[in-house]
Design a protein around this ligand. Structure first.
Ligand code: FE2
Length: 425
């Protein structure tokens, strides 16, 4: 196998600061748009972030229509509804106001309405064909209202495919929004548990991209234009990931425990973007891969602060529930990095030996999970040992990200890691 020698870094333009949402009108107009689809979810549709965005569009004389039927944790069905609306509307640009589900829905509405194709055409293999978009998309400005996914900076869009009991993704550089407007005023509407789950998602993005297999240990891309966006750890992503871990250590618990702590909330929103630039150019691995069947198994779990029309294991929660077991298990592949990550989280590693790395990092994660009110393992969200076949089979197709694990992983390993995550403490 020829080893990769090249990595690349892409990022959206980032505009950060209280009130940044008021700039969406002039900025989308400057991108040449006159009639845009504003994508949001039903809960946000009547809240200030959407009102601020629409009045900015009006002031800039940009026509818009609001699509407010985004599903939190979208499915192929909810995406098809958005794609149909985008196709029918004939828009020349997109504005998304919401969490990762909303930004991702706008990305795919843009993709399929610009370059129509069979739905599975752009979906990542092996479930889909993994086709590349034939050219650039229409302009998209993303305005996040939760501090989690970093979706405003990435070329990924993630969805549930109930027929395969799995989450999967469309990953394509052209999906990356042109601009991310990061406005701390918009996270005022974020319930406390949403802040906890999205903050832990940020932390996991940073830890996973920092510990992913290095880009130069992977196979060289045959075609430079098809080099995957999930390249593996690389020197530029490392900078963003390490800084995001420090932000989380400093602000995550504060932001959850005191919703009025503006400094903590603003910095977690910034951390989300910082981690997004890191993992958007490196990738995530086992906690995300194993989270997909967990969220697919949501039954009767209705956490506070989330829409109660369907059972849901929030993305960040489903990611973090297996993270302690995973980091404990993979740390031997690169103990120095895991120790450094633990140190960035505030652990005293001065006397630590390489073999302590996994326990130290997992211990720091568990402390943080307890402090922000996470359930104690998969049992806490209604998942039991009887679900093991679905958990393991739902993880297997996620080869795009499981291949970034620093330690090679087998179905038996997944079984052990899920088992250890049933009850964590
Ligand atoms: Fe995530």
């Amino acid at each position: 196998m020829a080893r990769e020698t090249i990595f690349s870094t892409d990022a959206s333009a980032v505009v950060f600061g209280p009130g940044a949402t008021t700039e969406v009108g002039p900025r989308i107009k400057a991108l040449g748009c006159e009639r845009v689809m504003l994508v949001t979810d039903p809960r946000l549709a009547d809240l200030p972030p959407v009102a601020t965005a629409t009045s900015s569009l009006q002031d800039a004389r940009v026509d818009y229509e609001v699509f407010d039927r985004v599903r939190v944790e979208p499915t192929d069905a909810s995406w098809k509804e958005a794609i149909a609306a985008a196709t029918e509307g004939g828009y020349d640009g997109f504005v998304s106001v919401g969490g990762g589900s909303t930004m991702d829905t706008a990305k795919v509405a843009n993709l399929y309405s610009t370059y129509p194709a069979d739905f599975m055409a752009y979906v990542y293999p092996p479930l889909g064909e993994g086709r590349q978009a034939p050219g650039p998309l229409k302009p998209h400005i993303a305005i996040p209202t939760t501090a989690g996914t970093g979706s405003e900076t990435t070329g990924n869009a993630v969805f549930d495919l109930p027929s395969a009991h799995a989450k999967t993704a469309i990953a394509n550089r052209v999906l990356r929004p042109n601009v991310g407007l990061i406005d701390p005023d918009n996270t005022r509407t974020m319930p406390s548990l949403v802040a906890a789950c999205s903050g832990l998602d940020v932390l996991s993005h940073a830890l996973e991209s920092y510990t992913a297999v290095p880009f130069d240990q992977r196979e060289a891309a045959a075609d430079p234009l098809k080099r995957t966006v999930y390249q593996g750890a690389n020197p530029i992503s490392d900078i963003w990931a390490a800084r995001a871990i420090e932000f989380c250590a400093q602000y995550l618990v504060r932001a959850v425990q005191d919703p009025a702590d503006d400094e903590a909330r603003a910095n977690m929103l910034l951390a989300s973007t910082v981690a997004g630039i890191g993992f958007g150019n490196a990738g995530v691995h086992l906690p995300h891969a194993m989270s997909y069947p967990i969220s697919g198994l949501a039954r009767g779990f209705h956490p506070d602060g989330y829409p109660d029309d369907h059972a849901i294991v929030p993305h960040g929660m489903s990611v973090i529930l297996t993270a302690p077991a995973i980091f404990r298990w993979i740390a031997c592949a690169n103990p120095e990095r895991h120790l450094h990550a633990a140190a960035l989280l505030g652990v005293d590693t001065s006397q630590a030996k390489p073999e302590d790395a996994g326990d130290l990092l997992a211990g720091a994660l568990v402390e943080m999970m307890k402090a922000v009110g996470m359930p104690n393992g998969l049992n806490g969200v209604g998942i039991t040992e009887g679900d093991m076949p679905i958990l393991v089979e739902g993880t297997m197709p996620q080869t795009r990200i499981t291949s970034l694990s620093p330690r090679p992983v087998t179905p038996d390993d997944y079984r052990v890691l899920f088992m250890e995550s049933m009850t964590i403490w």
